[in-house]
Design a protein. Sequence first.
Length: 387
Amino acid sequence: MSDTPWRDDPYYGGMSENSTRKSWENRRQTAEVLEHPRAKEAKPRFLFETVADLRSRPPEEYIIDGWIPERSVGLLYGRWGSGKSFIGFDWALHLAFGMPDWHGARLPGEPCDVLIIAREGHAGFIKRVSAFMAYHRIDSDPERLVFMRSPVSFLDDAGLTALKEAIKALGRQFRFVVVDTVARVLPGADMAKEAPITLFMERLQQVGELTGGTALGVHHENKSGDANGSMFFQNSSDFMFCASREGEGPLSRGKLSCAKQKEADDQWSREVTFAKVELSDGKSSLVVESVFEGEHTNLSKYSTATPKQGRALDALDAVVLSFGEPAPLDLKGVTTVQVDRWREELFARGILDRAAKNPRTDFKRLKDQLANKFLIGERNGFVWKAK
């Protein structure tokens, strides 16, 4: 091939040298993408399967055993300073470096392509990678870790299409995609409405499905202790984890709670500790030091409740114990309490925020969620815990 193959372009002579070269390079890149093995294995848009077809498919596998399923979509959320981004980064780096396990949870055991979509400055990423490498005594940078820091909105049809095409053009098999944070790719979205959240989760899944991988959104917790728009995220997620901080002072320990696993047990949690790593340039960053089962990490007594809902049920237990009244005659063996007393206890414990924009609406939403799960009953201004 000559050093100037674009001069063979039929448009050469009608365009400038620079324009012809760019046109030729763009068409060559497009051809390479179309000739990629994945492009030749185009799947039909709609897949129809019998029960026998479903039985023939391999059983569900985990990219992080017991934590994150392969080819799934989910959410990691928590308040500012809870360590959620460090945890998400720890997942990504363990996979990119091909480490055998994540704090005891089996991994694929070979380096995986990982994509992080985030608007953070490059210096922050370098600190986290350097701290991880120093802590685990790794010398070479991860070749399988890719960052995309350009602005993008998952609500913009054209922008998302361009992003997906750009990911395809890389020719990498991303097995894990992280979007940190959800709010940065949903500019101006009203998290109290279902439409933008459902659309985001659908498009997050599409990004993961481009290469048959798992996609994770990292999201902020609201004042009530749930992910902003939690009900809609929960409806659209295969898995959800909540990171919370424990103790005073700099972040050193916390808890990671499983709020949802679509095809496995949930409502459990693990203790997490963080270590501060001093870097050679005088800067420092945190790494996840350990993940382990503590004394009070099983939330199974409220098998269908989220962590926040479990705390609300604990508050109900407390007010029933202090102010319980006999139930109506047709509810034998049940002790009730006035709804208002329970609501005040939720405010007192910080489970609900009295200073929120609509605290009564927040309470009604929480109460209705528990009632829909048959965890509480309510009648004539009284509430009780379901057996």
